[in-house]
Write a protein that binds this ligand. Structure first.
Ligand code: HEC
Length: 221
């Protein structure tokens, strides 16, 4: 019945395109609908968390860690609920990753704490014997770049209408207001940390990279 179609490369190609396009539309389109994203409870990152996220990208954590829990029992037992597309609504760029040299970090904030991260980032083997993860000592020296994080938040708010300053959402406000809030958030994290150098630096008004990174890791839930 379809012999004429098979003998006509042009119409055959058009037919193949239509079938593939239809499958694409059916599987992808629902994710673009308003109701599918973002999942209720998903909030934009605060400025301090964004600074941590920029460090995560800068130091290539995503080369070894995924942020995507697949719907298999082995994964949900270990990491928790499997990931939904709407949970990434404010991830620009998303950090799903394509390699797991280390564990998935999508929900690491549920089972690791500030002081655990502090020891682990300084010397992974001190808390996980035999760990092959590199140490990130420089994060205890370098100062976090809050200005760039503020610029990022301001940009996504303006260009992509990310809902900062809405009811139940993080406040961004002016640069000075944001700076104050960053200090308040950082102060809570520094209080849970052990290192006297980090505490001293914070007294001087310096937020080290490790503080911003931990803010970000704690937020992954
Ligand atoms: C070379 C690969 C590699 C890189 C790069 C890497 N990690 Fe890891 N990571 C690992 C491995 C392997 C483990 C498992 C052993 C361990 O816990 O130390 C791990 C474990 C972890 C854990 C504990 C997770 C859990 O469920 O126990 C956290 C948190 C973590 N990494 C964060 C980071 C961050 C943040 C960065 C970037 C600054 C990073 N990692 C970069 C390999 C890596």
């Amino acid at each position: 019945m379809f012999h004429w179609l098979e003998r006509n490369p042009f119409f055959f190609a058009v037919g193949v395109f239509l079938v593939v396009a239809y499958a694409g539309v059916v599987t992808i389109l629902p994710d673009f609908m308003e109701s599918a994203r973002p999942v209720t409870g998903t909030k934009p990152y605060t400025v301090l968390e964004l600074a941590g996220r920029q460090i995560y990208i800068k130091d290539s954590c995503n080369a070894c860690h995924s942020q995507l829990v697949r719907p298999f029992k082995s994964e949900t037992d270990r990491y928790g609920k499997y990931s939904l597309s709407g949970e990434y609504a404010y991830d620009r760029p998303f950090l799903w990753g394509s390699r797991r040299a280390g564990p998935d970090l999508m929900r690491v904030g549920n089972y690791r704490t500030t002081d655990w991260h502090e020891y682990h980032m300084l010397d992974p083997k001190s808390v996980v014997p035999g760990s092959i993860m590199p140490a990130y000592k420089h994060m205890f020296q370098n100062v976090a770049d809050i200005d760039t994080a503020y610029a990022e938040a301001y940009t996504v708010k303006t260009v992509f209408s990310v809902p900062y300053d809405q009811p139940d959402m993080p406040t961004l406000g002016t640069y000075d207001e944001a700076k104050k809030q960053v200090m308040a958030e950082a102060s809570a994290i520094v209080a849970d940390m052990k290192s006297p150098e980090i505490k001293e630096a914070f007294q001087r008004g310096e937020i080290k990279e490790i503080v911003a990174l931990i803010a970000y890791l704690n937020r992954l839930k």
